[in-house]
Design a protein around this ligand. Structure first.
Ligand SMILES: [Zn+2]
Length: 418
């Protein structure tokens, strides 16, 4: 069956050839798909033959894995090097309470097997990087990207373009989500539209800004719908379109996006012909936008250049003890948002939002003549605040290296993290 879309709409041939046949058990299980004229037995045989790689068994990966499995996608790869944390359970529905502490790929594979034992799960217990991404992705027909950090997004995009594969991308933050299908040769790639990564720490992640759990289902399920459409070759894929969802307004808008002829990857004169160092490209020594503590020595060097020092969590604990005894005076300032402070905070810290440092109003709220220690979740945003204070002429400013995460890890492991 060939359906010609409306003028200007995208039609792409099916990505996957049909499997030879369906068993009686499969015909019964997938009957509601087979009844659909646009899928039918042939489309279901394509799904059976399909190999889909899900990058990240987190918020977006969770609903994606459940629905890919239920839909009968024959081989589902799942990439993740993380373990299930209690703070994941609010949205990562492929994992249960009993899975806390287990590898996410193990937990996800078990859930997928319980949803549909007819599909095959391939676990990739690793973090995708330039050394392994091509080898991992090469075996799949399409990649569903559910990652939450910029280095991996650019890495997945570049690997898919170099391998000629489409990738179905989703992004969520607080109440907002976005989806697109990047497919060089048919439309833009991620780099065509997002030409430069944001400066490290400038864009908050769900780990610091929060996310409505059920938003993951809305965005992840759209990603699965797009993946199925590509596999069976039906409908108008979100190639060259950006779907933008606002769950507070409950609006779904699509924006036209175009291939950039000057794209360094898929443009007319590409300069990127192999994978690069994506941490360096994104200006990170670690995935700081995810709230993971940065390399301490690198933080110290950066801080010294910006005119402030660093203190460790243990040093801060000693300073707070001395302040408690009246032997030392200093101000501890937490620059995080209110919601973050409600999850976990260091006793004795005072809240002044990062925005106040950026606006220049924080300086007037700080007492003169005593040292200031600033902190955030991982040390990235507070380093910005410390740099702003130093540039405003304030001396004796220190940043808490590794932020509240380091405090919990090194001083009080009984506290929750997020
Ligand atoms: Zn491009």
């Amino acid at each position: 069956m060939v359906r010609v879309g409306n003028l200007g709409h995208m039609t792409i041939p099916p990505l996957v050839d049909p499997a030879p046949d369906l068993t009686t058990e499969e015909r019964a299980r997938y009957a509601r798909h087979i009844l659909l004229p646009d899928i039918g037995a042939e489309g279901q045989r394509r799904l059976k033959n399909a190999r889909v790689l899900v990058v990240g068994a987190g918020g977006l990966g969770s609903p994606a894995l459940l629905y890919l499995a239920a839909a009968g996608v024959g081989t589902i790869g799942v990439v993740d090097d993380d373990v299930v944390d209690a703070s994941n359970l609010q949205r990562q529905v492929v994992h249960g309470t009993g899975d806390v502490g287990r590898p996410k790929t193990e937990s996800a594979a078990e859930t997928v097997a319980s949803v549909n034992p007819l599909v095959h799960v391939v676990r990739h217990d690793l973090r995708l990087d330039s050394s392994n991404a091509l080898d991992v992705i090469r075996d799949y027909d399409v990649v569903l990207d559910g990652t939450d950090n910029f280095p991996t997004r650019y890495l997945v995009n570049d690997a898919c373009v170099l391998l000629g594969k489409p990738h179905v991308w989703g992004s969520i933050y607080r109440f907002d989500g976005q989806v697109s299908v990047w497919f060089a040769g048919h439309g833009p790639c991620y780099r065509c539209v997002f030409t430069e990564p944001p400066p490290p720490g400038s864009v908050p992640s769900c780990a610091t800004g929060g996310v409505l759990g059920v938003l993951c289902a809305a965005i992840g399920s759209v990603q699965v719908a797009e993946t199925i459409k590509l596999i069976v070759g039906q409908g108008d894929p979100l190639v060259g379109r950006l779907l933008v969802h606002d769950s507070l307004r409950q609006s779904w808008d699509t924006l036209r996006i175009a291939r950039n002829p000057a794209c360094p990857l898929c443009g007319d004169h590409p300069t990127i012909t192999e994978l690069v160092d994506y941490e360096a490209f994104c200006g990170l020594t670690d995935t700081a936008t995810d709230g993971v503590p940065g390399t301490e020595s690198a933080a110290g060097v950066a801080g010294a250049q910006a005119g402030f020092g660093e203190v460790s969590a243990q040093q801060l604990a000693d300073m707070l003890d001395a302040r408690e005894r009246g032997e030392r005076a200093f101000e501890l300032v937490d620059v995080r948002d209110d919601g973050e402070l409600q999850v976990v905070s260091v006793p004795g810290a005072r809240a002044i939002h990062l925005e106040e440092f950026r606006a220049g109003t924080a300086l007037g709220k700080l007492p003169d003549g005593i040292p200031v220690v600033v902190m955030c979740k991982s040390g990235v945003r507070s380093a910005e605040a410390a740099g702003l204070l130093a540039r405003a002429g304030r001396s004796d400013v220190h940043n808490l290296t590794g932020g509240v995460l380091a405090w919990v890890r090194d001083v009080d492991p009984s506290l929750p993290v997020y």
